[in-house]
Design a protein around this ligand. Structure first.
Ligand SMILES: [Fe+2]
Length: 501
């Protein structure tokens, strides 16, 4: 019998839903730009079965993928569980038989997946499309291929056996110049190993290069940045060990005394030529962008000085600090002509922002101007009587790196926004000319809404209403109909008998 009363699954708006969904021709307010032909694809998770322990991390929730397929101003919605072997094994057992976050020693002994992480993953973090294929990602295993039209899970993929790291990050980067995907896995040769293996995948989906790197210490290596010369990896304060795992603890704890390292791997090298720079303690869970500037490399990221996740404990037992969890947009300058190992770090603006920052992806690895993310704008109204006591992330923003200008879009007084995505108006449109898209949780009416916003004027153009609240998202991406083979039929097309008379 399923019983969620003992936690840690949330109550209220984020309580478990457990269903899959199809809605044809969604309710729309406003006008969806006719140029949009593609899908907004979200990946996140919730527990299908309660976790084995109430202290488990939300990063262990079962993967769930949803899609807003948009064309001709119309929207069809679809949502499916990501059927990893772990999900199916639980379903077969009709209970949770896996352990806590990335710790196989806490699982039922019949589920020792330590050397086969794809058997234990929940694929709940991010979608990526490349070489005409769609994948759901989580950094502890190989990607899971997903049918972009049906959202059915097609299984794990190791690139014809050429991707030999055990793990695959949720944040690969696609080089807009070459079309290559740069992807990587950390703890690449097994639990707690200091191996970072990096791969280049051609636009045709073939592994073309492999780089093997040793990291200064084993840490969360959730995201990276790319320039035309370098692949760049931050290593920061989350620590782990086999002793920690054997003691039954969650994979990560935060050590405020560990320095931040930035590793630079030349794209034309082989990994043995990695160069590490060292700086003060921080957390760089997500990045924004990077580019080469002569002998310098510029890296932008939303950075906090401490642990942003209260569910990962401090190694010294100190209480979690909301102040140290604040993220500010920072610029780091690395002098590649120097012989030192330090870098310059500047807070570009003191505003506390959500670290799920994005750019116009056509400028990945290149000089660029605009940062997009979301924030809790306290100057906007919040209807606590209808939406509950917790203030919400209510606004998207565009931050202009060239002059510090802020532009904001407010989603509503009972709404909490998830990660924003930028869609260019066309392949040749100037940077920033297009739309912002993302979902908002309407806490008062208990439903999910998709907003489409003019990215220059920051004015809402359309809002799509789901008649229910949808599973929480971690990351989402927009892919148009030239990037994935979307069907123009209503999803799914009707195959049954039709009575003509
Ligand atoms: Fe992420």
């Amino acid at each position: 019998m399923v019983d969620f009363t003992q936690g840690p699954a949330p109550k209220g708006y984020f309580s478990p839903l457990r269903f899959e969904a199809d809605i044809y021709d969604c309710e729309v307010e406003g006008s969806i730009p006719k140029e949009l032909n593609g899908a907004f694809i979200r990946v996140g998770g919730e527990y299908f079965y309660p976790p084995s322990r109430p202290d488990d991390s939300p990063f262990s929730t079962d993967g769930f993928i949803s899609s807003f397929r948009i064309r001709d101003g119309l929207v069809d919605f679809k949502a499916r569980w990501i059927k990893t072997p772990r999900f199916l094994k639980n379903l077969n057992a009709r209970k949770q038989v896996f352990g806590v976050y990335r710790n196989p020693f806490t699982a039922d002994p019949s589920n020792d997946y330590a050397d086969k992480p794809f058997l234990g993953t929940v694929a709940n973090t991010a979608p990526i499309a490349h070489h005409g294929k769609l994948y759901a990602l989580k950094e502890d295993a190989h990607p899971f291929e997903i049918d972009p039209n049906t959202l059915e899970t097609l299984g794990p993929w190791n690139f014809d056996g050429k991707y030999t790291a055990q793990t695959f990050s949720a944040h690969p980067k696609v080089d807009p110049v070459s079309g290559e995907m740069i992807c990587y896995g950390y703890e690449a040769t097994g639990l707690c190993t200091d191996d970072l293996w990096i791969y280049t995948v051609s636009p045709q989906g073939k592994v073309t290069r492999e780089y093997k790197v040793k990291v200064p210490y084993v840490s969360t290596l959730h995201d990276m940045v790319l320039t035309q010369k370098y692949m760049i990896f931050p290593v920061y304060g989350y620590v782990t060990s086999m002793e920690r795992l054997r003691a039954g603890q969650l994979h990560w704890a935060f050590d405020k005394n560990m320095p931040t390292y930035w590793g630079f791997v030349p794209r034309d090298g082989d990994g043995s030529d990695v160069r590490w720079f060292k700086g003060p303690a921080s957390v760089v869970m997500h990045t924004i962008n990077a580019f080469d500037d002569g002998n310098k490399v510029i890296v932008d990221a939303p950075i906090s000085d401490g642990n942003p996740f209260p569910f990962f404990p401090q190694v010294d037992g100190s209480p979690w600090s909301p102040q140290l969890a604040r993220h500010t947009i920072r610029r780091l300058v690395f002098d590649m002509a120097s012989t030192g190992d330090t870098y310059q770090e500047t807070i570009l603006d003191p505003t506390d922002v959500v670290d799920l920052a994005r750019i116009d992806d056509r400028y990945i690895s290149l000089p660029y101007k605009y940062v997009y993310s979301s924030m809790a704008d306290a100057s906007q109204p919040y209807d606590a009587a209808r939406a509950g006591p917790n203030r919400a992330v209510n606004s998207y923003f565009r931050y202009d790196l060239s002059n510090g200008e802020w532009r904001k879009y407010f989603a509503g007084d009972v709404h909490n926004l998830q990660e924003v995505t930028f869609i260019p108006r066309s392949a040749t449109a100037p940077e920033g000319d297009g739309w912002l898209i993302g979902t908002a949780s309407n806490y008062a009416d208990m439903r999910t809404e998709l907003v489409i916003v003019d990215a220059i004027e920051m004015k809402e153009l359309a809002r799509v209403f789901l008649p229910f609240r949808m599973t929480p998202q971690v990351h989402a991406r927009w892919y148009n109909n030239t990037e994935l083979p979307f069907s123009d039929e209503v999803m799914p097309p009707y195959r049954g008998r039709v009575q003509e008379s």
